[in-house]
Design a binder for this molecule. Structure first.
Ligand code: BG6
Length: 490
């Protein structure tokens, strides 16, 4: 179904996010015939650009995108590009001057509009204030006006609250679409499908049957050119209250009463409010030193551009969280995420309790194959189940086996950026995959103690690890303390 007509305004329209992700996503939506003929893009930025130059830049970025992710069957479609090309315009102006918004008002007219904040977080508040003052957020005569806000949404719980209050002074909650790009990933959306469209799993999905859960988001990239931003952010803020908490919420939430946006978001908030980190010992902060990735030597974090030589910013964090409710009491959720690790891998591993009693004389209970269901988010997309089986032969011996569902084997997927669903849903007014104010605050609340501890060096030492390794030894000790170990990263 085509989305309603809309003027899609991108603040920061000349920037990287727009070229690398938004324009390719919009192009893919156009290819799928999901955009209305009255769809158009207005890119707002302060660089000296013309419509022609901007269109040429978008065209080049698209070619790149298709060349990297497409197959021969998905060459850049000239007909679609021509359609899109005629709908792109540029508006030069400052995000902090009223005059920009007055000129924008003339472009947008009185139809539907989405305002996308692809800008540094310090502009979110001022842009929304100005949109309001210019009357651009008024939904008159059945039109809609929506704002998509990128991360980082605040710096801690207090600043997230302040930002919510500021946005809500101009907008209604239903006009605000707070993005977490993890929710655009098919495999993340699949967690709900897996849990709530099957009879198999849900009866086992609780403290009676699950021993613990491990959530991993490992990256091989370093901080790249984002040293300035990352220095004041660190792995904990950058990944945990948002992306990892979304994975945790999808895994641990109760079944919503419907797939209505508020029903789903109510359940997420509930489980996040019950989630907490008990003590400084349950948090491990790491920082990468020099090492090598895939045989290529790489420098340490402190040698990266715009990073202080004595920086105490963490590039890795592992933590143990508890969820205080009837379903999960006593079942730890271990999280870890880091840059410059040995592999790129995001997954959720559900470790089930082992059989209560082993009939097999030669295999004591603790040596039975652990029953693990792994939800592979990226780069492999799918689900595997690990369990024990009889090794063929005259004597009874047990071995571990794996059963695997691989997305790419089952479904022919087109190339995607992960933003297609999110943009389409916003155009169509479905906020299910966006965060409500209370979801964001609940994510921050769960990590706030860890942020506070990290202010005190004695409570939060920084553990070094070599680039290309599996992270600091202290993270292994965090699980070993509980008689457990991490899934292998390599
Ligand atoms: C971003 C973080 O939100 O997510 C980055 O700011 C991180 O530091 C990225 O690299 C990870 O996203 P993905 O989709 O590659 O897992």
């Amino acid at each position: 179904r085509r989305a309603p007509p809309c003027t899609f305004v991108v603040f920061g329209g000349g920037g990287d996010l727009t070229k690398r992700l938004l324009v390719p996503a919009i192009y893919n939506l156009a290819c799928a015939g999901l955009l209305d003929d009255r769809f158009s893009i207005v890119a707002v930025d302060w660089a000296e650009l013309s419509d022609e130059i901007l269109r040429a830049q978008f065209h080049e970025a698209l070619r790149d995108f298709v060349a990297k992710r497409g197959t021969s069957a998905t060459m850049l479609r000239d007909d679609v590009w021509r359609w899109l090309d005629g709908r792109i315009s540029y508006l030069r102006g400052s995000f902090e001057e009223m005059e920009t918004f007055e000129r924008l008002g003339a472009r947008v007219g009185d139809g539907n509009a989405v305002f996308y904040m692809a800008v540094a977080a310090r502009f979110f508040g001022p842009i929304v204030d100005h949109l309001g003052q210019a009357g651009l957020t008024n939904e008159a005569g059945g039109t809609y006006r929506r704002v998509i806000v990128e991360k980082p949404f605040g710096h801690d719980l207090d600043s997230a609250r302040e930002l919510n209050t500021r946005l809500l002074a101009t907008l209604r909650e239903r006009q605000i679409y707070r993005i977490d790009h993890y929710l655009g990933k098919e495999t993340v959306q699949n967690i709900m499908a897996l849990r709530f469209s099957n009879g198999f799993f849900e009866p086992l999905w609780n403290r009676q049957n699950i021993d613990h859960v491990q959530i991993t988001a490992a990256e091989t990239v370093g901080v790249e050119k984002r040293g300035r931003f990352y220095e004041g952010t660190g792995a904990l803020r950058d990944m945990v209250p948002n992306h990892l908490m979304q994975l945790l919420a999808m895994t641990a939430m109760e079944a919503p009463v419907s797939f209505d946006a508020d029903a789903v978001r109510d359940e997420k908030s509930k489980v996040l409010k019950a989630t907490h980190c008990a003590a400084p010992e349950d948090v491990v902060r790491g920082q990468y030193g020099a090492g090598s990735i895939g045989g290529v030597p790489v420098r340490g974090y402190r040698e990266e551009p715009d990073v202080a030589p004595d920086s105490r910013t963490e590039t890795y964090v592992a933590m143990k969280l508890n969820i205080d409710n009837w379903r999960w009491a006593g079942v730890p959720f271990y999280l870890r995420t880091g840059k410059r690790l040995a592999v790129r891998k995001t997954e959720i591993a559900i470790h089930f309790r082992h059989a209560p009693y082993a009939l097999f004389r030669d295999t004591p209970v603790e040596r039975l194959t652990p029953n693990i269901m792994t939800l592979h988010i990226q780069p492999t997309e799918g689900v595997t189940m690990q369990f024990g089986a009889k090794i063929p032969g005259p004597t009874v011996r047990l071995g571990g086996v794996r059963m695997k569902f691989d997305y790419s084997e089952w479904f022919a997927e087109g190339p995607s950026t992960g933003y297609e669903t999110l943009i389409y849903d916003c155009l169509a007014g479905d906020a299910t995959l966006f965060q409500r104010a209370d979801n964001i605050e609940a994510g921050w609340r769960a990590v706030q103690p860890a942020l506070d501890w990290s202010e005190r060096a004695e409570a939060a030492p920084l553990c070094p690890y070599a680039a290309g390794s599996t992270g600091p030894a202290e993270a292994d000790a965090l699980l070993a303390r509980d008689g457990r170990s991490w899934q292998s990263l390599t």
